[in-house]
Design a binder for this molecule. Structure first.
Ligand SMILES: C[S@@+](CC[C@H](N)C(=O)[O-])C[C@H]1O[C@@H](n2cnc3c(N)ncnc32)[C@H](O)[C@@H]1O
Length: 371
């Protein structure tokens, strides 16, 4: 894929950011990086020491690994740091992202509504759409009130994500490394971003594939409004629409590719099989459903505990069940003809893993399902 001018990294529409706000958020970001790197490494080292002193080898259960991990000061430091850094990032009264955006909503709301006023068919909103309970009940990532209530919630999400992968200079690189795993023997003309959120994925795709037709679906209107504005800024055509992915209004066999970014762990296991069937319906024969998702390192219970800890601290209640799910098996049961998980460990690149003999900070799977 050629380099992109990638205007999404320099958004035009956004809040006024004071010097204090920038300094505060940079402090939070650097603290977060430090906790994810050094404090996490230290927690593993303390865990190994404790394990080797008082236990015979690697514990057989995660419960025992969690008990050992709980005793280490570095793990305790990590846990309360992540929980509270996230709270401060969003909710500090003057400088938290959520508070700052809401303080400016008097200017930002009319501005975004003016920017979308002539969107026409490129932005179809449905104010009567019911939010699924599993979605509306949870403030994912600790974003207060979620991403779907107020017009500025899309902006909060967009600015918040830029510190989620702490060392990623380019927040759009995650899409590139995912698409590197697409089967190369077919064309991806009509493409859907499944749970598009801020729209970063489909905008980036369209910047690099102007011959494609781009679509984005999401249940949250504030995200879709912002996604449309970002597509306008990047001068790429994308059709966004507000729908529940449980029942989309696209015709059968409409798309060549449906992609998603870290969606599976935000969906309860109970709804996943039917959501896969709905994706299958809208894919052409030979179409591809590709996505990136958090995974675990087999036989390393300490790493599992660390990952579950992140899930709970970030308000991602469906993550533990998701990580253990066999998605290729679920996809095959839903009717996909081929389904595989490609493991990836990008911790050195993304998080700068330096300590010897500690597990990687992040492991991901690329899931590639074919109709
Ligand atoms: C993990 S985020 C998406 C991330 C984003 N696509 C990216 O590239 O960073 C999950 C998104 O899925 C949306 N979502 C969750 N449940 C949904 C549903 N049932 N139907 C449509 N969208 C949903 C949320 O509103 C949110 O924007």
């Amino acid at each position: 894929m050629p380099d992109s001018h990638n205007t999404n990294n320099n958004p035009e529409f956004g809040p006024k950011q004071s010097r204090d706000y920038k300094a505060y958020q940079e402090f939070i970001r650097c603290s977060y990086v430090n906790v994810y790197n050094k404090v996490t490494e230290q927690a593993y080292l303390e865990y190994f020491k404790e394990r080797d002193t008082h236990h015979a080898g690697e514990p057989e259960t995660r419960e025992l690994a969690a008990k050992i991990m709980d005793t280490t000061p570095a793990y305790q430091l990590k846990a309360w740091s992540i929980r509270n850094l996230r709270r401060l990032k969003y909710s500090q009264p003057d400088l938290g992202i959520d508070r700052m955006m809401h303080d400016q909503s008097g200017e930002l709301d009319p501005e975004i509504n003016a920017l979308i006023s002539d969107a026409g068919e490129d932005l179809i909103l449905n104010p009567d759409l019911d939010m699924p309970d599993y979605f509306s009940w949870v403030d994912f990532h600790q974003q207060p009130g979620g991403v779907w209530r107020d017009d500025v919630d899309g902006l909060v999400y967009d600015y918040g994500r830029r510190t989620t992968n702490p060392n990623e200079a380019d927040p759009n690189r995650v899409y590139q490394v995912m698409w590197d795993n697409l089967p190369k023997d077919r064309e991806y003309k009509r493409v859907l971003d499944w749970g598009t959120g801020h729209g970063g994925g489909i905008v980036y795709w369209m910047e690099n594939h102007p011959e494609s037709e781009g679509y984005g679906v999401d249940v949250a209107a504030p995200c879709l409004k912002l996604a449309h504005v970002r597509a306008q800024e990047a001068r790429v055509p994308v059709k966004f629409s507000q729908q529940d992915i449980a029942a989309m209004d696209y015709e059968n066999e409409f798309f060549d590719m449906v992609f998603h970014m870290f969606m599976f762990h935000e969906l309860p296991q109970q709804v996943t099989p039917d959501l896969f069937k709905e994706v299958l319906r809208v894919l052409k024969p030979g179409g591809v459903f590709i996505g990136m998702e958090i995974s675990l390192i087999p036989d390393q219970p300490a790493q599992h505990i660390m990952q579950f800890t992140d899930g709970w601290l970030n308000n991602e209640p469906y993550m533990p069940a998701s990580i253990d799910a066999d998605y290729p098996a679920i996809a095959k049961a839903a009717g996909f003809s081929k389904a595989k998980a490609i493991g990836a460990n990008r911790s050195r690149e993304a998080f700068g893993n330096t300590a010897k003999n500690t597990p990687p900070k992040a492991t991901w799977n690329y899931y590639v399902f074919e109709k």
